[in-house]
Ligand binder design. Structure first.
Ligand SMILES: [Fe+2]
Ligand SMILES: [Fe+2]
Length: 472
């Protein structure tokens, strides 16, 4: 059973907003600020309307609706997944107790912090991607960019709803702050490092949506297990939208690799730059960068914060309920990556403090699927080159390896040696300039830029040459 959302209201929702006038008014007064933020920090390419998916319900079927919408009139709504009324906490000290419908006083500050950190990433990515419209390789890709952008906007709404509904005045202040911090800002940057990096070109965009949006999937997966039921239900629904963002990333890189492979075969060279392609070693360097900064988002290999969050029931593990252990972990131990006598090694720690690594392992395995898929394109083209994920110690700014330098193969290197080689491992100015030089807009229906293969998929059954975006 799903509750039909009320589409006649200013803020589409399935949370009975009209029953709570105070909350409704608070959100209605935040709404113009959100629109101001969208207009000043959102997509810069002027458009009339865009063929977009809008969430309208939460059921398995028919939860979304496709139509042309001017982006500023997009119906950003609040949707919580439906849940059994007797949901029980699945892990930690409160295991077996009924899930919380209100925030327990003792966990108020921690829960607010978790929601703010998640909420901060959502508008950040819109800001990072705001100029990409001007160089889209096709209308299909342009539409996908905007789809991701409006849905990240909705994810911000999802978090702001929780802050307004459950955290009083402090929650409302945090909701304002979410619009005041900006990606890359000197005075008020976004909270997490990867969300202050630029997304200056479409290779970066696809790498970001493959690797960094996937971090989002895993973070949402842990919050979906939360004992705080509204947070759990919100995240469950966000995951549904998130899947498409990663699809955009994985298939985007896939199509670039496919095109690069074609050019390599056609011209019998690795150096496809002069033929308008992105060389495979440049793709590898972008991959190295985006993977390593995304690993930083998982935090340190050992963390007492994450242990406390787990024990309190605020944040679970990926697929918590499918795990077959005691869901308390107090007497378990695990091995985590660590520096041991100046070398990369492992160290045994209590399972609770090693939970960041538990999540990161799931994430890495998932990232690898994408790389395997890209490598199948290379194999299919008859090429022997392969892409690979760099070692977890490569280019890290957070955790056990923040203080060392390591090669993508995981060899610890003196800083001067690492610096002498970094141009082979991370994008250089020359690489970035080449990639940027290819970024010429293709805004004609059915046409595609020469550095990327056309998609094999369509949007809602519409053909590739559909006019997905009407430019202003
Ligand atoms: Fe998101
Ligand atoms: Fe996303």
């Amino acid at each position: 059973m799903t509750t039909p959302s009320d589409y006649s209201e200013k803020i589409p929702n399935n949370v009975d907003l009209r029953e709570d006038r105070r909350l409704q008014r608070a959100l209605e007064s935040w709404q113009p600020n959100f629109i101001n933020w969208w207009e000043s920090m959102g997509p810069t390419l002027p458009t009339r309307d865009v063929y977009l998916r809008t969430a309208i319900n939460v059921g398995r079927e028919g939860w979304a609706h496709f139509d042309f919408v001017p982006m500023r009139d997009y119906r950003w709504g609040i949707f919580l997944a439906e849940r059994a009324t007797d949901r029980r906490i699945a892990f930690g000290a409160h295991k077996g107790e009924p899930a919380w419908q209100k925030v327990p006083g003792e966990y108020r500050a921690s829960l607010r912090r978790l929601i703010v950190i998640q909420g901060d990433t959502e508008p950040a990515s819109v800001e990072q991607q705001r100029n990409l419209g001007a160089t889209a390789p096709s209308l299909y890709d342009l539409r996908n960019l905007f789809q991701v952008n409006v849905e990240e906007g909705r994810h911000l709404w999802a978090m702001v709803y929780l802050l307004h509904a459950y955290f009083g005045r402090e929650g409302r202040e945090e909701a304002e702050e979410l619009l005041h911090r900006n990606s890359g800002s000197e005075d008020a940057p976004r909270i997490l490092g990867a969300f202050n990096e630029e997304t200056p070109d479409w290779l970066s965009f696809y790498m970001f949506t493959h690797f960094t949006d996937r971090d989002g999937k895993y973070q949402l997966g842990t919050l979906k297990e939360s004992a705080f039921d509204p947070l759990s239900r919100t995240c469950e629904f966000m995951l549904k939208e998130e899947a498409y963002h990663m699809f955009v990333g994985t298939t985007g890189v896939d199509r670039i690799v496919e095109r690069t492979a074609q050019l390599m075969v056609e011209h019998d060279t690795d150096d496809v730059g002069p033929y308008g392609g992105i060389p495979l070693d440049v793709i590898q360097k972008y991959l190295n960068f985006h993977f390593s900064v995304s690993l930083d988002l998982f935090g340190s290999e050992t963390s007492t914060n994450v242990a406390n969050y787990y024990t309190a029931g605020l944040k679970g593990r990926w697929n918590e309920e499918r795990r077959t252990d005691d869901h308390l972990l107090t007497s378990d131990s695990v091995y985590v990556d660590a520096m041991v006598d100046g070398d990369i090694g492992r160290r045994e720690v209590n399972a609770l403090v090693g939970l960041n690594l538990d999540l990161r392992r799931e994430y890495i395995a998932d990232c690898q699927h994408g790389v395997d898929r890209w490598n199948r394109d290379l194999a299919r083209a008859g090429l022997t080159q392969r892409l690979r994920l760099p070692h977890v110690a490569f280019n890290r700014k957070v955790g056990a390896f923040a203080g060392i330098e390591a090669s993508p193969e995981g060899e610890v290197l003196p800083p001067e040696v690492w610096n002498a080689h970094r141009h082979r491992w991370l994008p250089t100015d020359v690489d970035r300039t080449h990639v940027r030089s290819l970024m010429r807009p293709v805004h004609e229906p059915g046409k595609i830029a020469a550095w990327i293969a056309p998609p094999r998929n369509t949007v809602n059954g519409k053909p590739f040459d559909y006019e997905y975006v009407h430019l202003a």
